[in-house]
Design a protein around this ligand. Structure first.
Ligand SMILES: Cc1cc2nc3c(=O)[nH]c(=O)nc-3n(C[C@H](O)[C@H](O)[C@H](O)COP(=O)(O)OP(=O)(O)OC[C@H]3O[C@@H](n4cnc5c(N)ncnc54)[C@H](O)[C@@H]3O)c2cc1C
Length: 335
């Protein structure tokens, strides 16, 4: 188990914030996890495990043990008459895994192409995009259960998935995910529930999963900044869900409001709310709001996590004052 002392995390978070980890541990095998956690517990120090750092705000140096999930491997675990059960270890890059599964002849993940990060983090916030959420294709995962000091397999129901949420968000100190298994139907059907995809393929009859993969990559590249060029964590706020009464009140005041029916209420487009407050392209020092998409906050270089949180607070306050709607932050904050 390789451990670096006082190592910078700059290359391990997509905002590029230059904070350090007291102990940075490279986790390459599942058997290292009990030792990793025990080291922290023995010294009464905190611990955390990161994947690609694409959903993090690091606003201070991290005390204790920070594990980088680097357990690799992917395989067809089993198949039955209806499904392929495809497994990847937690350190695998998510996008590479999506591409690999397509190339192996196991389609079904193509709508989630180009989402940064690792396979192990995909169930944590139940990643979703372009009409698909991980929960819809998730079979089970293996994790180290810190509380009971053993490895466990958790089913889809165990994980209690919801919109950008799961069991793991409720209790982040309980499980470290080591592998995830996806259940992909052998009878592939194109998922064109997202309006932009439906429109793009309206007249195409022999549509393949690779066509959808390519289109999703194309749309995403045009809309979102590449973290290697401009630090960001994708959508910075959740799309808020409001009651039907609140939606009607807002729709009356703002006829152009963008909203979708969701569960018992309505999901509002957070990007639209922020845009209406005049923040698109806004800049304070090194931080700002992406010029093409108001839901994405960016580090133009040299910014810090606390400056980013101050900008987020300014946006939250203005949206609350203008619409009476609270925005909650999507990435996990360490401060
Ligand atoms: C440009 C861009 C676009 C994005 N688009 C989307 C999108 O369309 N949809 C979407 O849902 N998300 C999106 N995201 C957010 C992000 O890509 C996902 O949340 C991704 O799953 C994070 O993976 P990661 O490995 O980088 O996790 P990290 O950022 O390293 O960690 C995130 C959280 O997961 C925990 N964690 C990580 N690995 C493990 C593990 N093995 N076991 C237990 N806990 C773990 C961490 O402790 C932390 O709390 C985007 C981000 C960027 C930068």
């Amino acid at each position: 188990m390789k451990i670096d002392l006082h190592a910078t995390l700059r290359a391990h978070n997509t905002f590029g914030f230059d904070v350090s980890a007291q102990y940075l541990v490279h986790l390459t095998q599942a058997e290292e996890l009990p030792v990793f956690v025990q080291k922290a517990l023995d010294q009464a120090l905190p611990w955390q495990v990161f994947g690609g750092g694409s959903n993090l705000v690091l606003a201070a140096d991290l005390k204790g043990y920070t594990g980088l999930m680097q357990i690799m491997g992917r395989r067809l675990m089993r198949e039955d008459a209806d499904y392929f059960y495809v497994e990847a270890m937690a350190g695998e890059n998510w996008h590479d895994f999506v591409l690999w599964s397509l190339e192996q002849g196991y389609p079904g993940l193509e709508n989630l192409a180009l989402i940064p990060g690792t396979v192990g983090a995909s169930p944590i916030q139940n990643i979703g995009a372009y009409g698909l959420e991980v929960a819809q294709v998730f079979d089970s995962l293996e994790a180290f259960d810190v509380q009971n000091n053993c490895f466990v397999r958790l089913s889809n129901a165990d994980c209690a998935f919801a919109y950008r949420h799961s069991l793991f968000k409720e209790d982040p100190q309980r499980y470290i995910v080591t592998s995830v298994c996806f259940k992909l139907p052998k009878k592939w059907q194109a998922n064109l529930t997202y309006a932009e995809l439906e429109k793009a393929f309206a007249n195409k009859s022999d549509l393949s999963a690779k066509d959808i993969f390519n289109k999703v990559c194309e749309i995403r590249s045009a809309k979102l900044p590449d973290p290697k060029v401009l630090g960001n964590s994708g959508s910075f706020f959740h799309n808020p869900v409001v009651t039907h009464e609140k939606y009607q009140e807002l729709k009356k005041r703002f006829p152009n409001l963008i909203a979708y029916p969701y569960a018992e209420g309505w999901k509002l487009a957070a990007g639209w709310l922020i845009d209406q407050c005049g923040f698109k392209g806004y800049r304070v020092g090194h931080l700002g709001v992406y010029e093409k998409q108001a839901l994405v906050l960016v580090n133009h270089g040299g910014g810090t996590g606390s400056e980013l949180l101050a900008l987020a607070k300014e946006i939250q306050d203005k949206v609350l004052a203008s619409f009476g709607v609270s925005l909650s932050i999507e990435p996990v904050v360490f401060k």
